[in-house]
Design a protein around this ligand. Structure first.
Ligand SMILES: CC(C)(COP(=O)(O)OP(=O)(O)OC[C@H]1O[C@@H](n2cnc3c(N)ncnc32)[C@H](O)[C@@H]1OP(=O)(O)O)[C@@H](O)C(=O)NCCC(=O)NCCS
Length: 144
């Protein structure tokens, strides 16, 4: 699938995907300001429709993956891997040395996804995610 840089025209579609896939979704305003403050992002496009996105903050030598999600209908078809590969490629071009992220400790699918790329489990951040009860985050990173 074509992958392109995020722009504000993609916001509605990204917002909808995040609502469906994220237990604590971003508000539309937070998404919009994330792009406006200069966070980087990529979208996967299929037949002119946005079916996935990755948002990250790359400030060499580090890149922080803020969110990555594929529309439920397309999960498990290799789209997430294509996006993450591109994030890594872009990061290398920006002289990033380390990519890190947080993931819900119960999100085995995403943890497996990151491990399949060689991300390591670094630490637990207690009660990082909102909710009742709050949920711990697993911190993961990869040297590239
Ligand atoms: C996590 C996510 C981005 C992965 O994208 P995807 O397109 O579904 O995954 P892919 O089809 O590209 O699979 C890549 C690898 O991820 C792992 N994976 C994918 N689906 C999996 C599942 N159901 N169970 C376990 N591992 C899985 C596998 O290692 C897979 O490699 P393989 O196909 O060679 O076995 C996607 O499932 C998603 O959007 N989930 C909801 C949002 C989310 O949790 N985001 C992460 C926030 S930190």
């Amino acid at each position: 699938m074509p992958i392109s840089l995020i722009n504000t025209e993609h916001l509605d579609a990204i917002y909808e995907i995040d609502l469906k896939t994220n237990p604590s979704p971003w508000s539309f305003e937070n998404l919009k300001s994330s792009i406006e403050v200069g966070h980087q992002g990529l979208v996967s496009i299929k037949d002119t429709k946005v079916i996935g996105f990755a948002m990250y903050s790359a400030i060499p030598p580090e890149c922080h993956i803020l969110n990555i999600a594929i529309d439920t209908k397309y999960q498990g078809t290799g789209e997430g891997a294509l996006l993450l590969k591109r994030v890594i490629k872009q990061s290398k071009a920006m002289k990033i040395k380390t990519i890190y992220l947080e993931v819900r400790i119960s999100n085995h699918k995403a943890i497996n996804f990151y491990e399949s790329f060689g991300f390591a489990r670094d630490a637990i951040r207690d009660k990082y995610y909102p909710g009742n009860p709050r949920e711990d985050a697993l911190l993961m990173s990869i040297s590239i």
